[in-house]
Design a binder for this molecule. Structure first.
Ligand code: GLU
Ligand code: ZN
Length: 314
């Protein structure tokens, strides 16, 4: 049996890609390519309300500029709706999902107050329902989401952070796989699409660690082989918060427009990952022989004004 590696790049076209996104893409690309693996590119555009016109094209241009490539045509997630629907049918046939009519406010009111930074746990208000109840709800004109019944935790061994045991029954609980206003939720779409692309390795930011046990439940429920996961620390700004739009000067397109070279950005990132002694310019492909997942520091990479100046990024 073939055990060829396939990694993936999965930008969300919800705004400009920044240095933090670039670091994750670089690690994902090097991890697969350094072992002769394939790379799939998927534009994760299912969150219609957050998609910004032009940002998918921009993300593709940013990846090319960074010197990262991929195999085959980019996959547009919204074009795969029929596959997402088919997966929902599989979950329905197995009674693994139920229709949930709760609003966000209902859930917040019924759930016990979460601790700071913790997600609200779904209190199971609609868990007594079965799939057939959807017919009655529909005839009553009530809209609903489909929730996946979480009956067990799924410990997993992350390639970077090691053993993970998250009590998903008590943090988050039953989760949405199909949104109330229609369309797949992230958890379902990502599993169906990574599964179809034959992805064997998912490298992404460690903010997504809590999603992984949920996705592993879906892989199992859909009879798809699960990939391995490596969750790496995010890049944070001077204020200690995760890099985002508010740290305007770190957007890749802005850096490129300001005449910064891709090699300068890649060099900074390679240094932050422990593959270079100094943040000096380097092309992504030159890092192939230097790539080591385990040399990446365990803590977030803080991108300060001083660092940016040092490498000529500001
Ligand atoms: N599209 C997500 C993002 O850009 C990544 C999701 C994933 O890697 O599973 O944050
Ligand atoms: Zn409900």
């Amino acid at each position: 049996m073939s055990t060829a590696t396939c990694g993936r790049l999965a930008p969300s076209p919800t705004g400009a890609q920044h240095v933090g996104n670039a670091r994750t893409y670089l690690v994902a690309w090097l991890s697969a390519r350094s072992r002769g693996g394939a790379i799939a590119l998927r534009i994760e555009d299912i969150d219609a309300s957050r998609v910004k016109p032009g940002s998918a094209e921009q993300a593709v241009a940013d990846l090319r500029w960074l010197g990262l490539d991929w195999d085959g045509e980019p996959v547009i997630q919204t074009a795969r709706l029929a596959h997402h629907e088919a997966a929902l049918e599989v979950l329905k046939r197995a009674e693994l999902v139920y229709p949930c009519t709760c609003t966000r406010a209902d859930i917040a009111a019924a759930a016990s107050a979460p601790h700071a930074g913790e997600e609200v746990t779904y209190p199971g208000t609609c868990a007594h329902r079965c799939v057939a109840d959807a017919l009655r709800l529909r005839s009553e004109g009530r809209s609903f989401a489909w929730r996946f019944r979480v009956t067990e935790d799924v410990p997993f061994t992350d390639l970077f952070v090691g053993e993970q045991r998250i009590d998903i029954r008590h943090t988050g609980g039953d989760f949405v796989v199909w949104k109330n206003h229609g369309g797949p939720a992230y958890q379902l779409a990502v599993v169906v699409d990574d599964g179809a692309a034959g992805v064997t390795e998912v490298v992404r930011g460690d903010d997504l660690i809590p999603s992984t046990p949920r996705q592993l439940l879906l892989y199992r429920a859909l009879g798809l082989p699960a990939p391995r996961f490596a969750h790496i620390p995010l890049v944070i700004g001077e204020d200690g918060r995760r890099l985002a739009k508010r740290h305007g000067g770190t957007r890749l397109a802005a850096l490129r427009d300001a005449g910064v070279s891709a090699e300068a950005v890649v060099g900074l990132l390679a240094w932050s990952c422990g593959w270079l002694d100094r943040p000096e310019p380097v092309a992504a492909r030159e890092l192939l022989p230097r790539f080591r997942l385990e040399s990446i520091p365990r803590t977030p990479f803080a991108l300060t004004a001083t660092t940016l100046q040092r490498v000529g990024l500001s």
